[in-house]
Ligand binder design. Structure first.
Ligand code: PMP
Ligand code: GLN
Length: 381
């Protein structure tokens, strides 16, 4: 038989799937893959259930239900001060993952360079490569994971077609500064590059922070593809309802990729997300406050066990630094799951070059009992 595609042939199963499987097999507490153990907001789920029963089950419009596209534009106007035309600048996809894949397929020509930042979400690199892009990876250094002008200057060139930028950043749980965004915008404008912005964690920021998108930076409105995910906004990670916002010239082409990838996204979920996005501020602030409490609970517990806990400004994640313990992150996570019954994620999985091997990620979007059980089991780890 002729060989299968080389990008996928050499890949393993994602670290998230591997750790969740190990947790199921061994009965471990799963603080690996990022998903809440609560079922999510009841009224939003009821809305989806009712939509199924009432008959929202046939193909919806390719770009998404009009009421959802309007709700997305209104939501971003309210929360981020953005001015988006729901008819021409907003599209619904099957999760942020489809939006990312579609954007790369639609924008990249074989041989185009794509600037990426490590640590990076593990889907990025295979998607860039399969789209024919040539990755140019900039490594962000702990503990701040900030952008560095010299590193950007080395990565960007006339061949740069796009940059893939995740803010807030999974797995570091950090938020880029205003200066970082302005710096990146300057490079995009100077090199005529498109920014594909993965902002799935935009609502999950703590301690009074407010998300600001790269699309709002000078010169970026026409060259940014802003990607969001209802899965993260509503703590319903399995729903896979994503949003893409971009100027009409870009969105038109992104829609061509979308029409032949998934074409649409389940209409019942779209109807429920439209309902959810229109909820009052207190709802979103409540979700955020609950997560911040869980973050603090896990952080305090891990610190009491003697771990060096890194700051977490956003996302579902909290990291510990195990440098100096004589063990790397993969060995630590294997031991943690097999000997202590707690699954976590080795952050080296997010560094294609394996540059950092001393950070371990825990998901705190869990009930108090789940976190307390994990902490009790980790005593001595
Ligand atoms: N990008 C990042 C940075 C993520 O953390 C995730 C999921 N955790 C996704 C994309 C995927 O989002 P979705 O489930 O909507 O496809
Ligand atoms: N984004 C989730 C995480 O970082 C995982 C999603 C997945 O398993 N693909 O844990």
């Amino acid at each position: 038989m002729k060989p299968v595609n080389s990008v996928y042939a050499g890949l393993g199963t994602t670290i998230f799937e591997e750790m969740s499987r190990r947790a199921r097999e061994t009965g471990a507490v799963n603080l690996g893959q990022g998903f809440p153990d609560d079922p999510g907001p009841l009224d939003v789920r009821e809305r989806a259930a009712r939509a199924v029963v009432e008959g929202w089950n046939q193909y919806p419009p390719m770009l998404g239900l009009p009421e959802l596209r309007q709700a997305i534009a209104a939501h971003y106007r309210h929360w981020q001060g953005l001015d988006l035309d729901p008819e021409r600048e907003v599209m619904v996809t099957s999760g942020a993952t489809e939006a990312l894949a579609g954007a790369l397929l639609a924008l990249i020509e074989p041989g185009d360079e794509v600037v990426l930042f490590a640590p990076m979400y593990d889907a990025y690199l295979p998607l860039v490569r399969r789209a024919g892009g040539v990755p140019r990876v900039v490594t962000l250094e702990p503990p701040r994971f900030a952008l560095d002008e010299a590193a950007l200057a080395a990565a960007f060139s006339d061949r740069t077609k796009a940059v893939l930028f995740n803010d807030p950043l999974n797995p570091t749980a950090t938020v880029f500064s205003r200066e970082d965004r302005a710096l990146l915008a300057r490079f995009c404008v100077a090199h005529d590059a498109i920014a594909i912005c993965d902002e799935v964690w935009e609502h999950i920021v703590f301690d009074g922070l407010r998300h600001e998108s790269l699309i709002a930076e000078e010169g970026m409105r026409a060259r940014t593809v802003k990607i969001g995910s209802a899965g993260k906004i509503f703590n319903l990670t399995g729903w896979k309802v994503g949003f893409v916002c971009a100027a009409p010239e870009l969105l038109g082409t992104l829609a061509k990729a979308h029409q032949f990838l998934t074409f649409t996204t389940p209409p019942n979920l779209q109807a429920a997300v439209a309902y959810g996005l229109s909820k009052e501020d207190a709802f979103f602030e409540g979700l955020r406050a609950d997560l911040a409490r869980s973050r603090d609970r896990l952080a305090a517990g891990l610190a009491a066990l003697g771990h060096r806990v890194l700051p977490a400004q956003g996302t579902y994640f909290l990291n510990i630094d195990i440098a100096g313990t004589g063990e790397d992150d993969v060995a630590f996570c294997r031991r943690l799951v097999s000997e202590h019954g707690v699954a976590a994620i080795p952050v080296s999985a997010f560094y294609p070059g394996g540059e950092v091997r001393s950070v371990v990620r825990f998901c705190f979007a869990k009930r108090d009992e789940t976190l307390d059980t994990a902490l009790a089991r980790m005593a001595g780890a």
